[in-house]
Design a protein around this ligand. Sequence first.
Ligand code: MN
Length: 240
Amino acid sequence: MVQIDHPLIAITAYVEPARWSLWDVEAALVPQMFVEAVQAAGGIALLVPPDAAFSERAAERLIDSVDGLLLTGGPDVDASLYGAEPAAEHEGSRIERDESEMALIKATIEADKPLLAVCRGMQLLNVVCGGNLVQDVPGFHRPNPGSFEGSEHEVRLSEGSLAATVAGGTKHVGMQHHHQGIDRVGEGLEVTGWAVGDDLPEAVEMADRRFVLGVQWHPEADPDSPVIQAFVEACSVEAV
Ligand SMILES: [Mn+2]
């Protein structure tokens, strides 16, 4: 076992309109909360925007060069990727980002490097594994669009799971901001967390990988959450 000092963490970036200073342009961006959480845990945060080259084997080279992949939140996964028509509640997608991140997910699983998939990231992980999504879920999963204020709900985690180990117990209260969720679970994934209230999947993992974890809640928005710390620690251990 080799210990890595300051592991390199690839963080998937959004491409969205953004404003700062005098500018109002399309930008590749990541909420600073993700960057700070990774840095606070001792990782080096690398922002990775969508790139069509990832579908042509460049994803393997990128994942070879880093110690772990962190999938951020973002827009709805394009419904065509799980064989559905967009429902009326579908809020718009960025298929080029979906396809780019799907290639990165596959490369990370193949290399058995740590993967933490947050919110939309967890949904995309499920789609990569052949699952599909519920296109609109009850409002308590996103009580306050555009804010994490007062957004917590309780999640039940299965005993002995990676999710429970990482979260520090089988009861977890996570910051919430999603309007879609997992429907049919993808192959190779196990649901290990459920929303108290409607049993919607809130955590998934892969038993035959070192650390592949999807969480529907937002650990980056919760300074007390141990999840990103645990992920970065997993990235600090090189498999031999
Ligand atoms: Mn939820």
